[in-house]
Ligand binder design. Structure first.
Ligand SMILES: [Zn+2]
Length: 486
């Protein structure tokens, strides 16, 4: 039947007759087709790994043989623009939602929500309050609502019940759990019997972020840290091989952000310019969220705006549009952004670190590594640039699930794939009672298939005549949420 259709209209009437002669499709056949050729538990697999703070150019600094294997067997993207602010929680949530921080609501590692009158800090149990996370739907929730299974190891937000859902398999966050244990767990979940195996997994590791903060990215001591991450990647690949799933699992290795070198000579002390009595300091350096005391907005702003040439001070409504960082109540009325390499403190008694991130997401130092391999990816292919929000529609495509509205674009990254994407279909077909409705459904489907074929045939002929329209319609199908205000 497929070859008949693919001839594109040479003998449509013959095809029609052949279709009419086919036995009625059963509901079971419908299920299989609804999954685009994958039987109930034979879904595509994808493992997303984040090495926190792994800057894009770390792989050029020391030999990284395991990253090289992934690139030779798969793809690499040189320049990945992540989301503003370039902090851990906002970027990890963007990777699994395809949304800018202003839209998914995890706008910083430290937040205040004036509507809820609650505070969020990655240092406290406030992260387990679902309300913070429910402005978006992470991919594992969509997968499970679609009948798939997911597993999560320490990924920010993955041990929080979001829209009533926890990953099928997950570990509660505990930084003392070694990388190797994390890998063993997730490989176990992927290689479980197919009825319970996970389809999508997320794996998080705290390094090289921690060392980058304490040593500074320019420290020669970072070389060993980077080599150690490469070994960890090698361990992961080996575990996948040992489990016999290396060729089956699509592996994406990326990060949330990069790291910039700081200097004790580059410190901005806010106490020099404005009294602490006038504001609450909500988010920390290098992009500081300032909540002025009631009625003090203009006073605080005027004291800060021209105070120091190494920081930009914005009223919320004036934050540059390209940051996509404005339309959320959790973004504070005043935002101070330090220039790259500068640290903002109230005074020098604060804790100073040698490396940090959070700065402008267009700075190369803030951008993460990106490599991937597996059956869905091209081989030995290097792409120049993408945005981290594009990963979400790409993963949905690979996993055969419909993406929710997002800020990414599949069209911008589809060249990473080994096959040209086709429009995705819902992963869960409507439930049908096989016993009582099978004959009726079968007959109905027979007619539907004939009508479907005619529509397909007419469309093919039309599109052949209008190639430019065909291209445009695909572009326009990409959702744009840049103007979505929450
Ligand atoms: Zn960090």
């Amino acid at each position: 039947m497929l070859s008949c259709l693919s001839r594109g209209g040479g003998r449509p009437l013959l095809c029609l007759w052949l279709l009419l002669l086919l036995p009625p499709a059963s509901p079971h056949r419908l299920n299989q087709q609804g999954r685009r050729g994958h039987s109930a538990r034979e879904r595509p697999k994808l493992l997303l790994v984040s090495f926190d703070g792994f800057r894009w150019d770390y792989i050029d600094r020391v030999p990284t043989p395991n990253f090289n294997i992934v690139i030779e067997e798969g793809v690499m993207v040189r320049e990945v623009e992540n989301v503003y602010i370039t902090k851990t929680f906002p970027n990890h949530y963007s990777l699994v939602t395809g949304l800018y921080a202003e839209t998914h609501g995890i706008v910083a590692n430290e937040m205040y929500d004036p509507v809820l009158n609650r505070s969020f800090s990655i240092e406290t149990d406030s992260i387990y309050d679902s309300t913070w996370w429910e402005e978006a739907v992470p991919l594992w929730v969509s997968i499970q609502k679609g009948g798939g299974r997911s597993g999560a190891v320490m990924w920010p937000g993955s041990d929080v019940r979001i829209h009533g859902v926890l990953p099928n398999q997950y570990l509660l966050y505990n930084s003392s759990v070694p990388f190797e244990t994390r890998v063993e767990r997730i490989v176990e979940w992927f290689s479980a019997p197919k009825e319970v195996a996970v389809d999508f997994g997320v794996l998080y590791w705290e390094e090289p972020d921690e060392s980058g903060h304490s040593l500074g990215p320019q420290s020669p001591l970072m070389d060993a840290v980077i080599a150690g991450i490469d070994e960890k990647l090698g361990f992961l690949m080996n575990e996948l091989r040992k489990a016999g799933i290396y060729e089956k699992v699509n592996l994406v290795v990326t990060s949330d952000h990069g790291m910039a070198q700081l200097s004790p000579d580059h410190i901005i002390e806010l106490d020099e310019y404005v009294s602490r009595d006038l504001y609450t300091w909500v988010d920390k350096s290098p992009v500081v969220g300032i909540l002025p005391k009631e009625g003090k907005l203009d006073e605080v702003y005027s004291k800060l705006v021209d105070a120091n040439p190494n920081m930009a001070v914005y009223k919320k409504e004036d934050i540059p549009a390209h940051f996509h960082y404005q339309h959320n109540a959790r973004i504070m009325p005043i935002l101070i952004e330090a220039k790259e390499g500068w640290t903002i403190m109230q005074n020098r008694s604060g804790h100073f670190i040698l490396g940090n991130h959070g700065y402008d997401n267009t700075l190369r130092s803030m951008q993460p590594v990106f490599v991937a391999r597996g059956p869905a990816f091209r081989q030995n292919y290097v792409k120049n640039s993408m945005r981290s929000v594009d990963l979400y529609p790409l993963m949905c495509q690979i996993l055969s699930i419909p993406p929710l509205p997002n800020n990414g674009s599949l069209a911008d990254v589809k060249d990473l794939l080994s096959q040209e994407p086709t429009p995705s279909t819902p992963s869960v077909p409507p439930k049908v009672n096989e016993n009582s409705f099978a004959p009726a459904v079968g007959s109905f489907l027979g007619v539907a298939m004939v009508l479907g074929f005619l529509v397909f045939y007419i469309r093919q002929v039309t599109l052949k005549q209008l190639p430019s329209l065909r291209h445009r319609s695909r572009e326009m199908s990409q959702p744009l949420l840049q103007d979505l205000h929450l």
